[in-house]
Design a protein around this ligand. Structure first.
Ligand code: OAD
Length: 264
């Protein structure tokens, strides 16, 4: 990443009316939350087919509930990092910023971003698969903070449910998108609309392999936006974007923001 690249991106942002930002797990890495596909990521330690789909949940609800309880605990102990905060500060410098996130950790809203589209749901919400009732946080609190890998491994022989609905006894699941499930339609439509109508799109900390999310920057490029990737390595969609800033989101975004600020 060179000075002239940073200047170029800052100039585009300073002149933009609507900035879209697609974020992935990489933006929360510096908050201490593991990504999925990096060498130490979640999918290197856990098997998606055993944890993130409905069949696995029905077969071993306790195992899946423990894994999400563990992840809720990690997120509860984490906080926004300079990358999240830079996107909040950008809202003071351009008329409209929309964050489209694949993350379920809630850190954009916690940081203070005002327009956030959560494509893959949120760890903070849980509901009963039978009656649809939302489970309150305190109903799940007892299982949170379950020990990491141990939490999951430890339940191998005991996969019965940890959390059931206090109204009907049904299984409680997280309000996140699992493999084989549709994204929330209104959120996806809003995200595509944002991509089609923004002037600049930043794609931050995503490997660009999971669709339809990975199609968002491609749609922005098709619609004529200036598209920029921020990632520690080139992603699967990097070649389709205008510029790639290689480095940590928590360093690059504040540096870009500072340059936008000096222009306005
Ligand atoms: P991945 O784990 O696939 O990719 C994380 C990306 O972040 C990689 O491209 C890393 O190079 C990059 N990265 C890591 N640390 C970074 C840092 N400090 N700064 C900038 N970039 C960094 O995560 P996602 O692309 O978010 O879906 O994964 C997409 C979806 O796959 C997730 O939402 C999840 C998963 O299956 C569902 O659960 C539905």
């Amino acid at each position: 990443m060179s000075d002239s690249q940073l200047e170029h991106v800052a100039a585009r942002l300073a002149g933009a009316r609507h900035v879209a930002v697609l974020t992935g797990a990489g933006i929360s890495a510096e908050s201490g939350i593991a990504t999925f596909r990096d060498p130490d990521g979640l999918w290197a330690r856990f098997r998606p087919e055993e944890l993130a789909n409905m069949d696995a949940f029905l077969a071993s609800p306790g195992r899946v509930q423990d894994w999400y309880a563990y992840r809720r605990g990690v997120v509860r102990d984490a906080g926004p990092n300079p990358a999240h905060l830079a996107l909040v500060a950008l809202e003071d410098l351009v008329p409209r910023v929309t964050v489209i996130t694949q993350n379920v950790d809630g850190l954009h809203a916690q940081a203070g971003s005002t327009r956030v589209l959560e494509l893959h749901g949120s760890l903070a919400r849980n509901y009963c698969v039978d009656c649809g009732r939302e489970a309150r946080e305190e109903e799940l609190a007892a299982g949170d903070g379950t020990d990491a890998g141990g939490g999951v491994d430890a339940v191998d022989d005991d996969t019965g449910p940890r959390f059931t609905c206090i109204a009907c006894g049904g299984l409680i699941r997280p309000d996140v998108v699992w493999f084989g499930e549709m994204l929330p339609r209104d959120v996806l439509e809003a995200a595509v609309d944002t991509a089609s109508n923004c002037d600049v799109l930043l794609s931050v900390g995503t490997s660009g392999v999971v669709y339809p999310a990975a199609g968002i920057p491609l749609e922005a490029a098709r619609a004529g936006a200036f598209t920029v990737e921020v990632n520690v390595e080139r992603s699967a969609i990097a070649d389709a974007l205008d510029l790639v800033l290689v480095g940590r989101a928590g360093e690059i975004l504040p540096a870009v923001l500072e340059r936008v600020r000096t222009r306005s």
